[in-house]
Write a protein that binds this ligand. Sequence first.
Ligand code: NAD
Length: 271
Amino acid sequence: MDQPYVTLNDGQTLPQLGLGVFKVPRDEAASVVATAVETGYRLVDTAAIYGNESGVGVALRSPSAAGVAVTTKLWNDRHEPNAARTALRASLEELGRASIELYLIHWPVQTSDYVGTWKALIEFREEGLVRSIGVSNFTIENLSRIIDATGVVPAVNQIELHPGFQQSELRAFHARHGIATQSWSPLGQGAALKMPLIGAIARKHGKTPAQIIVRWHLDCGLMVIPKSITASRIQENFYLFDFVLDEEDLATIASLDRADGRVGPDPATFG
Ligand code: NAD
């Protein structure tokens, strides 16, 4: 089975599965991304704050990485149109790209003028500097504000989402508005791999817990960006196009959701 792609609300397509590189040191990023590209990944998720865009850029310049899509993100201290433009220019420079496939506002920062920042991203798209624009960690209220103010619906909202924190209310809002949900910390930063019920489903399918969880994201229609720096795990997290979960598995994983299951910061207060 080929890897799946999703069509965004602006008509562009992106791979449903990508590699996340949070906490990957700059000098390791090139080889980690090269391993992922060799494995078949066609999407890499980085951010200005990760400090590794230049390493990602080295791997992306290789001929074997032609056609690989990249996401990067605007950091919290750049919520102002001119600052955002300077930040995007710096990211493009680091990545060695004239344009990128997806640019996200990293966090809303509740006290910031994130509506003004969203207007700047709309301009960047019109200028061809970025192909698609979206946000990350936006709440329903944050999304409603930028949509009401501009009429432009983000293509993607990248949010914390894993079996222990499934975000059904926000996902339902996304579905109503045609926003693709992209799961960050899809493995719960490793914690979800240790859940006994995930282990049981893995044994049933002859797969690993990581493969069950990444497959769950795909089967739920979510975009997903698991992170690893280990070649065997980068491969393991990608080799899952030969099975699907059944109704019983999906019901079991649905039961693992917890209202207090966050492993990362809360967008209501972060930044
Ligand atoms: P994750 O849920 O992907 O877990 C990563 C950890 O799981 C790794 O460090 C590794 O220890 C372990 N792991 C991965 N594959 C494994 C395997 N096959 N077997 C055993 N263990 C395995 O956590 P993450 O890195 O926090 O999230 C993934 C990506 O999401 C990040 O790299 C980043 O790109 C993105 N992210 C975005 C935000 C945001 O605010 N937008 C926040 C956090 C992460």
